[in-house]
Write a protein that binds this ligand. Structure first.
Ligand code: PLP
Length: 340
C-alpha cells in the first residue's frame, strides 16, 4: 500500500502509522511481542507509571539508504541504555533479543512509512517501558509493558543544519547529581519543561542547564548533550547529571578518528567565550550548531558562527555521522544494522 505523505515537509511530530509492538512482563517473565493497530492501551488506574513515574524511553531512527535498504544505528546502545534506565527506576529490564525483535517488527510492519532516500526524513522509533502493575504503596510494580511505536519525521530543527539560539536557565534543574539524570526517564523531561518554556518565552530554541550545585559547569542543552571545539579539541562535559548520548559517544569516536583530541571534563561556563564552535547533539538533529547563547540573568549574549554558518569541524562531524547512518559512506565501526 502506498502512502501519500509529503516526505520533504514532515514535521518532527506524531503521525499515525499502521502498527505498534507490545510485550508484557508478568510473573517474572516477558511475553512474546504482540502486534497491535490500536493507538491506545488500557492501563490500570493504580499503575506505577501513572503515580510514581516508573517509566523510561528511548529514541532511535531507521534510515533508508540509496540502495533502498533500511538501516538502524547502534541499536544495541539504545537497548543497553534502556536497561540502565530500567535499573535506575527499579523496573524489569528488556533483554537485548526482545528489544531487537520488537524494533525489527516495528520497522517491518510499518515499512511503507520509512521515508525514501534523499528526503532527509527518517522513521523515528519510540521504545517505551512502563510499570503497569497496580500499587498504592511506594514500591516497584511487579508488571511492566514494553512497547514501540514509530512515526516518520523530518529534521528536528526546522532551520536544518543552521545555527540555533539557546538561553541559560538557572532557576530550575532537570536532574540532581545523584538523582535520575543519567537515566532516560520521563520525570527528567517533566522537570525540564519549566526551563524549556522559559527559554521559548525569551525567544530562544532551548535552555542550557548548568550543574545544579554551583551553577558554574555546563550540563546539557534541553534534551541534547553539549560539545565545544577549541584548539583542535572536542570538549564535552563530564557530569553525574547528564544523559549519556549515543550521538555524542559516536561524535567523540569520529573526532578521534579525525585527529582531534577529546576532553571529557567539567566545562566551566566562563570558558564559553573561548570556544571556536559549540553545538548540541542527539538522535533527533545529530548536531545543532549553536550560534548564540543568551544568559538571561546576566543579560549577556555570546555569539558563535560569526558568518552565520556552522563551524568547519561541526560540519564535518555532522556530514560523516549522517553519511554513515544513511549508508552514503562506509561504516568501518560496525554501527549499522540492516533490517531484513
Ligand atoms: C535522549 C537524550 C539525549 C540524546 O541522546 P542520543 O542517544 O544521542 O539521542 C541527550 N540528553 C537527554 C537529556 C536525552 O534525554
Amino acid at each position: 500500500m502506498e502512502t501519500n505523505i509529503d516526505w520533504k515537509n514532515l514535521p518532527f511530530g506524531y503521525l499515525k502509522t499502521d502498527f505498534n509492538i507490545r510485550a508484557y512482563y508478568k510473573n517474572g517473565q516477558w511475553s512474546k511481542p504482540e502486534i497491535s493497530s490500536d493507538e491506545h492501551m488500557p492501563i490500570h488506574i493504580a499503575a506505577t507509571c501513572l503515580h510514581y513515574g516508573q517509566e523510561a524511553f528511548e529514541g532511535m531512527k531507521a534510515y533508508r539508504g540509496k540502495d533502498g535498504k533500511i538501516r538502524l544505528f547502534r541499536w544495541d546502545e539504545n537497548a543497553h541504555r534502556l536497561q540502565h534506565s530500567a535499573r535506575g527506576v527499579m523496573m524489569a529490564e528488556v533483554p537485548d533479543d526482545l528489544f531487537i525483535e520488537c524494533v525489527t517488527l516495528a520497522v517491518k510492519k510499518n515499512e511503507r512509512f520509512v521515508p525514501p532516500y534523499g528526503t532527509g526524513a527518517s522513521l523515528y522509533l519510540r521504545p517505551l517501558l512502563i510499570g503497569t502493575g497496580a500499587e498504592v504503596g511506594v514500591k516497584p510494580a511487579s508488571e511492566y509493558t514494553f512497547m514501540i511505536f514509530v512515526t516518520p519525521v523530518g529534521p528536528y530543527f526546522k532551520e536544518g543544519f543552521n545555527p540555533v539560539k539557546i538561553a541559560v536557565v538557572r532557576d530550575s534543574d532537570r536532574a540532581a547529581p545523584q538523582g535520575t539524570g543519567t537515566f532516560k526517564v520521563g520525570g527528567n523531561y517533566a522537570a525540564s519543561l519549566r526551563g524549556v518554556i522559559k527559554a521559548h518565552k525569551a525567544g530562544y530554541g532551548a535552555p542550557m542547564y548548568l550543574d545544579c550545585v554551583h551553577k558554574q559547569f555546563v550540563d546539557e542543552i534541553g534534551a541534547a548533550n553539549f560539545f565545544a571545539i577549541k584548539d583542535n579539541t572536542y570538549i564535552t562535559p563530564k557530569s553525574e547529571s547528564i544523559l549519556p548520548s549515543i550521538t555524542n559517544k559516536s561524535l567523540v569516536h569520529l573526532a578521534e578518528q579525525m585527529g582531534l583530541k577529546v576532553e571529557r571534563r567539567p566545562v566551566d561556563f566562563n570558558e564559553i567565550n573561548s570556544f571556536e564552535e559549540v553545538g548540541a547533539c542527539g538522535t533527533a538533529a545529530i548536531i545543532s550548531p549553536i550560534g548564540e547563547i543568551y544568559d538571561i540573568d546576566k543579560e549577556t549574549t555570546y555569539k558563535f558562527c560569526k558568518d552565520g554558518k556552522p563551524g568547519p569541524i561541526s560540519t564535518k562531524l555532522y556530514e560523516t555521522l549522517l553519511g554513515i547512518q544513511f549508508g552514503d559512506i562506509p561504516d568501518p565501526y560496525g554501527w549499522v544494522t540492516f533490517v531484513e
